[in-house]
Design a binder for this molecule. Structure first.
Ligand SMILES: [Ca+2]
Length: 188
């Protein structure tokens, strides 16, 4: 390769290195000014409980639990505080990235037999930098889909009624004379 070509190549490389350095400085400058990708905000989530959940919070508060989950990520899930007698649940996420998130709230009933899902709702929430709050209304929750014994009555309503949400006692189900479910069988 002729010497002139080597010199040209060296100069080209020098110019590219210089331009790259200037570009890096520019990027750093805008980053210092703050970009939305690095902003975070807190989000206080609250619920207005459906009536069956409200009744359960009064009579069986120990068994009732509520969980809030961000973006369906199990690692970003928190137990909510439930008001006795109101069923209203609250929790605050302190450090969410700004922008749109999905928040899922699930009410569970836990006893020696396991965990029953009673109600759930997933809604989109916009998070801005600073403090944010969002409320789920009673009508936002789906209860009817949670019917473990498939008798057409929701788990939550069976618990409120004193029935066993894990055993279908409708016609065709198990009805035993002397059992606590007998009345339910006859009515149905
Ligand atoms: Ca049922």
């Amino acid at each position: 390769m002729p010497a002139s070509c080597i010199t040209l190549a060296a100069r080209t490389i020098a110019v590219l290195v210089l331009l790259n350095g200037l570009y890096a400085c520019g990027s750093s400058g805008s980053g210092d000014a703050g970009t939305s990708s690095t902003s975070t905000g807190s989000l206080a989530v609250a619920t207005h409980a459906p009536s069956d959940i409200r009744i359960l919070s009064f009579s069986q508060s120990d068994a009732l639990h509520a969980l809030a989950t961000v973006d369906s990520d199990a690692a970003n899930s928190m137990e909510m505080s439930i008001g006795s007698g109101t069923g209203s649940a609250t929790v605050t996420f302190s450090d969410l990235s700004t922008g749109s998130h999905t928040i899922t709230v699930t009410y569970d009933y836990r006893d020696d037999s396991g965990t029953l899902t009673l109600a759930a709702s997933t809604l989109n929430v916009a998070v801005s930098s600073g403090s944010n709050s969002f409320s789920f209304l009673a009508n936002d929750f789906d209860l009817a889909s949670y019917d473990d014994d498939g008798d057409g009555v929701s788990n939550a309503h069976e618990l409120v009624s004193g029935d066993n949400p894990r055993v279908n006692t409708d016609a065709g189900g198990l009805c035993v004379v002397g059992s606590s479910t007998l009345d339910h069988c006859i009515v149905d």
